[in-house]
Design a protein around this ligand. Structure first.
Ligand code: APR
Length: 256
């Protein structure tokens, strides 16, 4: 593992336009479960019922039941050392230019990264599906605390409110996805952290990087289908290993 950490550090040292691509695995050490690991969210909530758009429109109470549980974990979560290492790579060395994330827990922006592309939407806002009125997540939390099992737009609209996260069956924000593609093509190193790379079109982005000759570092507890294309694969906890890679990078530049 030591020589893989060193090799990852050398790749970071030799790169100037680094992009990170993250999934739920980067936030599990902040107390937010991922989806497909044992004990993950989809083990308890069938996504075709609890996280799919037509199911939401016919039975919104199911989505909001899952949201109630997940939002508490997100609100109690703090950025972990993996999020902090990515923020340092941006602010201390100007090497990390963009974080492309599938997560809606806004932990990357809370850690300090400034260019975060949320390709599965944002958990920070919600909107009324009838009148398009926007709501901040604190207003939604308040409605949920006031026992509104299905938050609705205030009088006289009473329209159904939906968070701005992308549910299965919904279009991804194409403008954000196009920006993500541009960032991937501009990158000389892509660091993929905490994603099973199973959900498209997001999972196609790392392949786009590999096809355009970008070097890849993968940090994931389980093997992924991109492992064989990566320059370095670290099957380890991100919160543990990313700070070690960052430390090895800093000693490389201090020695040079
Ligand atoms: N460190 C490194 N890897 C981890 C850690 C950790 N601490 N914890 C979990 N992992 C790995 C798991 O082994 C798994 O391969 O992170 C991966 C998480 O995979 P998923 O649960 O499938 O999450 P993700 O890839 O983000 O899912 C993509 O699917 O359901 C949709 O919209 C949802 O955005 C999500 C998308």
């Amino acid at each position: 593992m030591e020589d893989k950490i060193k090799k990852a550090a050398e790749l970071i040292k030799d790169s100037n336009y680094i992009v990170a691509f993250t999934g739920a695995g980067i936030s599990t050490e902040s107390g937010i479960p991922d989806f497909r690991s044992p004990g993950g969210l989809w083990e308890r909530y069938d996504p075709s019922i609890y996280a799919e758009i037509s199911s939401f429109l016919s039975h919104p109470e199911k989505y909001w039941k899952m949201h109630r549980e997940l939002s508490q974990m997100v609100l109690n979560a703090e950025p972990n050392p993996a999020h902090v290492a990515l923020a340092d790579l941006e602010h201390k060395y100007g090497k990390l230019k963009t974080v492309i994330t599938q997560n809606v827990d806004f932990l990357h922006s809370r850690a300090g990264n400034t260019n975060v592309l949320e390709i599965h939407g944002s958990g920070q806002t919600a909107r009324c599906l009838k009148c398009n009125k926007e709501f901040h997540y604190t207003q939604i939390q308040q409605m949920l605390e006031e026992e509104q099992y299905v938050p609705r737009c205030p009088h006289p609209c009473y329209g159904l409110i939906k968070t701005n996260t992308i549910l299965f069956g919904e279009q991804l924000p194409w403008d954000v996805l196009d920006q993500a593609r541009e960032e991937i093509l501009a990158a000389d190193l892509l660091i993929i952290i905490g994603s099973s790379l199973l959900v498209y079109p997001a999972a196609a982005l790392p392949s786009l990087a590999q096809q355009s000759g970008t070097r890849l570092i993968i940090i994931n507890m389980e093997p992924t289908m991109m492992d064989s294309y990566a320059n370095v694969v670290l099957h380890s906890k991100a919160g543990k290993i990313l700070p070690k890679v960052f430390e090895a990078f800093e000693s490389l530049i201090n020695d040079s």
